[in-house]
Write a protein that binds this ligand. Sequence first.
Ligand SMILES: [Zn+2]
Length: 140
Amino acid sequence: MPAVDLFGNIIPDKTKKPTYRAYLSSSKWKKKCEEKKISVGYKCERCGKDRYLRKLTVHHLTYEKFGDEPLEDLEVLCAVCHKSADWKREQEVAERNYEKLEEARFQGFVRAKYGDNCPYPDEEYLYMEYQSWRKKKGDW
Ligand SMILES: [Zn+2]
């Protein structure tokens, strides 16, 4: 079972630095990278630049099977595309976490104000109340 954070997102083994680094410097991983690069003809799978134009790296599409990942879980990317792929993934995780946090805050606000017997079945109204409370607090 992969580790999950407070919001149920899988925590990449990246955070367990020794394991992550040890694997990425292992010959098993290097061999797998080579295999993957051969399978796509030594080209970046996003922009098509080849190994003579840019340094090629292997990107994890998912960390689910980290350490024993099939080639389909990997993507060959040039350094430029790899950077933007990592950045995009971070943004997506941050966005998901923010939405969940916001939802939890809203639910907490409703519970704190009305307890379990909320007189308003209308979430939209409650959300407006919540928003003006946040504004008053100076959060927004
Ligand atoms: Zn590229």
